[in-house]
Design a protein around this ligand. Structure first.
Ligand SMILES: [Zn+2]
Length: 505
């Protein structure tokens, strides 16, 4: 089994913010989960570096586009260890190996008869690096995303015959209803396709910062085509001396935000069809994390709208795992949802510190106090066996559908179940009565095993916390085939554990 997951590649013209972290952590959760299942995983992220916005920003700063791209790409590369993601490669589209591969693929598109030269005139947003159709214009010819006036542009371009892919794309959506998820996004893409596809510019002649069109060196490819192809090109050079394309293409899952739906759900499959390349299995379109301001109004998190929540500040104060947990617990993955420092604080204290952190410290402390730190080697409580029945299968099934939040919800129900179990069994009472030693054995053993089981399942969400806790339980294996409650024997000697979610200083 091979699992290939990608994030969008991030445009180097901005600084990394929570939106970038969000898409990347989602991909990381799935990558880690599939590794737990023993699958061969490839997880790709990276930066999109060409196009007019970078060239313009570089000019304003008096540096070359290459210098600007190098400097900003570094900030995105630094983001990855900071949010503790396990990407297998970081692609930069200015990499000459990417450029050569883009030229190969596009030459094939050309030779297959899908391009022609023409003149383009239209409303262009330099920030989106995209022409807007009439139906996409905001009031007064503005960009609805960036809320800036658009420029009327006219130039000689190479065109991609997107219009000829209308029927194949309609057929794709009919044959593969799961190609784009959630369903509402597939319907949106299909409505765009049925509205009639127009040919699109494939090249720009006014700028030079890009991948040269191999059959017309005066042009560079329109940045979107070069960027989309990263998912395919990276496999050919991510490993020195190896081509991973056979092993991992077609991609299992592209994770993208809804603002780039059209490019991924319409242009991308058409481009692949034009190049005779297999289509990816699935695209998962997620919503926005919206910032709630003091009045309770929600805004899209966007650098250009000036309401960015700094994920670094949250991670500095509360730890990376707390951010990873909160983003997917608070907002159902796929939908839009509000995030705020207030709800973050509540979840940190109630769920992470009290429900999970306390469960861990109490379980370990009671095992040390009542059984010299050795988990009793007895059978787990049958009552809990029933409550944990089928959990591993449920989580796997949900994550197979990228239901990241729902899977976390199921796991958290068991965290809460274990807390109730502590109250029900009251081990501190059992410990006072020598005749109930066997009951105490079962309670301590069941708590340690329950804690281990939920923590293995939580590993993709909170890898650092899971690592610490599993080490303290002397059960570091995170393989999914040992995740089920009761599947590991008792008898381990538990270690000490610092508070997992301390009160911030
Ligand atoms: Zn725009």
């Amino acid at each position: 089994m091979a699992f290939y997951v990608t994030t969008p590649i991030y445009y180097v013209n901005a600084a990394p913010h929570l939106g970038h972290a969000y898409s990347t952590i989602a991909a990381d959760i799935l990558a880690r989960h599939h590794r737990q299942r023993g699958e061969e995983v490839f997880f790709l992220t990276g930066t999109d570096e060409h196009g007019e916005p970078v060239a313009q920003a570089a000019e304003r700063e008096g540096v070359s586009p290459r210098e600007l791209a190098d400097r900003n790409a570094e900030r995105f590369q630094a983001l990855m260890p900071r949010i503790n993601v396990s990407n297998d490669f970081f692609i930069r589209t200015s990499d000459p190996r990417h450029k050569a591969r883009v030229q190969d693929v596009m030459q094939r598109v050309h030779d297959n008869g899908h391009v022609y030269k023409g003149v383009y005139e239209g409303w262009y947003c330099p920030r989106c690096a995209d022409f807007k159709t009439d139906s996409e214009l905001g009031p007064g010819n503005t960009c609805p995303i960036h809320q800036i006036p658009l420029e009327r542009e006219r130039e000689e371009n190479w065109f991609f015959r997107l219009s000829t892919f209308q029927e194949p794309l309609e057929r794709l959506y009919a044959d593969r209803p799961e190609f784009v998820r959630p369903r509402s996004r597939a319907n949106e893409a299909l409505a765009f396709i049925r509205g009639g596809l127009q040919d699109v510019s494939l090249s720009r002649s006014k700028i030079s910062w890009g991948v040269e069109v191999p059959w017309d060196r005066e042009h560079v490819f329109y940045v979107w085509f070069d960027a989309l192809l990263n998912y395919y090109t990276a496999l050919s050079f991510a490993r020195d001396g190896q081509d991973l394309t056979e092993r991992f293409w077609p991609a299992t899952l592209h994770i993208i935000g809804k603002d780039i739906l059209k490019f991924h759900a319409v242009f991308w499959p058409a481009l692949l069809l034009a190049a005779d390349i297999d289509l990816p299995q699935q695209e998962l379109i997620h919503g926005y994390l919206l910032m709630r301001d003091a009045s309770g109004t929600e805004h899209k998190m966007s650098k250009s709208l000036g309401n960015v929540l700094d994920p670094f500040e949250v991670m500095d104060t509360f730890g990376t795992d707390a951010l990873r947990y909160y983003c997917f617990r608070e907002v159902s993955f796929g939908q839009d949802g509000g995030v705020s420092t207030a709800t973050f604080g509540e979840r940190y204290e109630t769920e992470l510190a009290n429900e999970y952190g306390n469960l861990a410290s109490r379980t370990l402390a009671m095992t040390r106090r009542y059984r010299d730190g050795v988990v009793p080697d007895v059978d787990v409580d049958p009552a809990l066996v029933t409550d944990f029945e089928g959990l591993v299968g449920e989580v796997c099934e949900l994550l197979d559908n990228a239901e990241v939040t729902q899977a976390l919800d199921r796991i958290w129900l068991r965290v809460r179940r274990l807390n109730r179990y502590v109250e029900e069994t009251a081990p501190w009472q059992l410990a006072k009565d020598g005749s109930r030693a066997a009951e105490l054995d079962v309670a301590l053993r069941s708590l340690a095993e329950g804690l281990r089981s939920v923590t293995v399942l939580l590993h993709p969400y909170m890898p650092e916390t899971a690592g610490k806790l599993l080490a303290a339980l002397a059960a570091e294996d995170v393989a999914m085939d040992g995740a089920a409650f009761g599947s590991r024997p008792g008898g381990a000697s538990v270690g000490a554990l610092e508070p997992l979610f301390p009160k911030p200083q």
